[in-house]
Design a protein around this ligand. Structure first.
Ligand SMILES: Cc1cc2nc3c(=O)[nH]c(=O)nc-3n(C[C@H](O)[C@H](O)[C@H](O)COP(=O)(O)OP(=O)(O)OC[C@H]3O[C@@H](n4cnc5c(N)ncnc54)[C@H](O)[C@@H]3O)c2cc1C
Length: 558
């Protein structure tokens, strides 16, 4: 090894997590190098430039809470920001804090190996650009994996995949250059969130779009809109309150609505007005007629909001039936509507998808739907693809086939801990972590929003901030107390894994009929294990705080 560069910490990934980790470690005066495979910051929002990509959390809440200056300077323009605006925001934050000077771009970490004697990590990279320099070696006491829960794309291994002669794209690695759809026939495989978001936008531009759908999802209107005048001014005044609410909520979202709140608080006539009607809390307390009335009044999105839908199978069954009825009204052709109806799995087993005009798109003359449950894809051909029912031709093929979630990016790196033990081998039958922050046998290695933490079951930025703050406080504690290393204790890890599985039992997420990326079901051969922690972000935060208060219970310092 020739003169490796030395740092206090190496952070892998320059998305939300990597940027904030850099900020927190810099604050402590530590030397940090962030290594990022892409050519700039932003992570998810750098890679997923596909048409229609949009956040499912209100913009003011899907933002960093650590910077009061950025909060006051930045203005969101839409209720749920689209990818270009979020990426612009990430760049704004990176410029503001001059993050790029500590980030090495175009560089992919291929291995991270722990040296037990020196208690440090050797991290090796590969360039992602053919023209760039050879690989580099770094040595650091701490290694923080900020590699993302949804950063490794999944492309099914179809026979003949290389034969297609037209343009091929994956929504998760969308090019920076504009893809021109006008006058082209497009085939799109996948009907998860990326498919649902991109199909309406592509269909509006293309000559024809064929959507190949295997598993239809439950999707609800995003209700996105430009922000009202005065919204941002008010939000800037309310940020402290919004952030406190987010941190103490189970989902990391408070659904900030400034004018609703202000009117009721300040208007002298408000008290005289009848209170605004709200949907009921549970579905089972309503008669069939009342259910119809509420759906009419509040929209069919309300079906997912009844609290018993996620916990009571009977309520869930009713919700699924109501959903099918609503869908039947939105899609004109009954045969197409029947194909779009999710079947045989409960509402709430997957992260709710939100859309803009998804079902209405199937009323367009230039859109057709192929149900792959009737006849699967046999092969990709030079001109399109073939199912058992025949061949479909198109000029552009889009894979909207998702990600190898939660463990994909970690398993892609050759991570070796004590005695050369490989992480992929330890996790052969599913990840094992303590709090999703560390894994036993891999000292001084931290994972931001690692498996078995709330991560994707909440507003992910809130989950990231909590993890980054925990890790940075832990490193500070170690430096103040002359600890060289920290490692999860095996019994604490075993108990945590058991607890994570226990709380997921009996929820819609782990229903036997549920096949989701939360369970790894979208990746052939991946162990069926529920990956995130379901008990809620607030509950989890409190547990993490309690563990620190008890002297980092379940962790061993060396
Ligand atoms: C299409 C899409 C929409 C989403 N929408 C929402 C939403 O509405 N609300 C929400 O809360 N969450 C959403 N998410 C989840 C989203 O991933 C998080 O909100 C957040 O952006 C994650 O930030 P991160 O920094 O943890 O990971 P990422 O943003 O994924 O960044 C990880 C970075 O690590 C880099 N990396 C990985 N491995 C290596 C390696 N070996 N070497 C070098 N670099 C590496 C990657 O290139 C990437 O840039 C969405 C995800 C996707 C994919």
């Amino acid at each position: 090894m020739s003169n490796p560069q030395k740092f206090d910490a190496i952070v892998v990934g320059a998305g939300v997590a990597g940027m904030y980790m850099l900020h927190k470690l810099r604050e402590q005066g530590l030397t940090v190098k962030v290594i990022e495979a892409g050519t700039d910051v932003g992570g998810t929002w750098y890679w997923n430039r596909y048409p229609g990509c949009r956040c499912d959390v209100p913009s003011v809440e899907y933002s960093f809470s650590f910077s009061k200056e950025v909060e006051q300077k930045w203005n969101w323009t839409e209720l749920m920001a689209g990818q270009p605006e979020i990426l612009e925001y990430m760049n704004f934050v990176a410029d503001h804090y001059d993050f790029r000077r500590d980030i090495e771009f175009n560089s992919k970490v291929k291995s991270a190996i722990f040296n037990e004697q020196d208690k440090n990590w050797t991290v090796k990279t590969d360039s992602t650009l053919e023209s760039a320099e050879e690989s580099k070696t770094y040595v650091a006491r701490f290694c923080v994996m900020a590699t993302g829960c949804l950063s490794v794309t999944n492309t099914p291994n179809f026979k003949g995949a290389d034969n297609f002669e037209g343009e091929v794209y994956h929504t998760g690695t969308w090019p920076k250059e504009e893809v021109k759809f006008a006058g082209k026939r497009v085939g799109i495989i996948g009907s998860g969130s990326s498919g649902v978001q991109s199909i309406p936008v592509i269909a509006a531009k293309a000559a024809h779009l064929t959507a190949f759908q295997r598993n239809p999802v439950y999707t609800f209107p995003a209700k996105n809109r430009p922000l009202n005048e005065g919204y941002m001014e008010q939000a800037k005044k309310d940020y402290a309150e919004i952030r406190a609410g987010q941190r103490h909520s189970q989902s990391g979202i408070v659904y900030y609505a400034p004018f609703r709140k202000k009117r009721s608080e300040t208007s002298s006539t408000a008290a005289a007005k009848p209170a605004r009607r709200k949907p009921s809390k549970t579905l089972l307390e309503l008669t069939p007629d009342q259910r119809q009335e509420e759906i009419k009044e509040f929209g069919y999105g309300t079906i997912a909001a009844y609290t018993d839908v996620l916990t009571n199978p009977e309520a869930n069954k009713i919700a699924c039936d109501l959903y099918s009825e609503a869908l039947g009204e939105l899609v004109h052709d009954p045969e197409v509507a029947a194909k779009l109806i999710p079947k045989n799995y409960p509402l709430g087993c997957k992260r709710p998808v939100i859309d803009t005009d998804y079902y209405a798109t199937f009323n367009r003359e230039n859109v057709s739907l192929v149900d792959l449950r009737e006849s699967g894809i046999k092969e990709i051909t030079a001109k399109g693809l073939r199912t058992e029912n025949g061949e479909y031709e198109f000029d552009i093929l889009v894979y909207a086939t998702g990600y190898d979630a939660m463990t994909g990016a970690l398993n892609n790196i050759d991570i070796q801990g004590n005695e050369g033990r490989k992480l992929v081998e330890k996790w052969e039958h599913g990840p094992r972590t303590y709090l999703g922050l560390q894994t036993e046998g891999f000292p001084n290695l931290f994972t931001v929003t690692g498996p078995q933490s709330p991560s994707v079951l909440s507003n992910v930025i809130v989950a990231i901030e909590q993890h980054v703050e925990w890790i940075s406080d832990c490193i500070k504690h170690m430096n103040e107390n002359d600890h060289q290393s920290i490692e999860a204790v095996k019994s604490a890890e075993d108990n945590w894994v058991e607890h994570v599985n226990e709380v997921a039992k009996g929820t819609m997420y782990t229903a036997p009929s549920c096949n989701s990326w939360y369970l790894g079901s979208n990746i052939p051969g991946k162990e069926r294990i529920f990956l995130p922690y379901v008990a809620g972000a607030r509950t989890y935060r409190e547990k993490c705080e309690e563990i620190v208060a008890n002297g980092y219970e379940g962790f061993a310092f060396g």
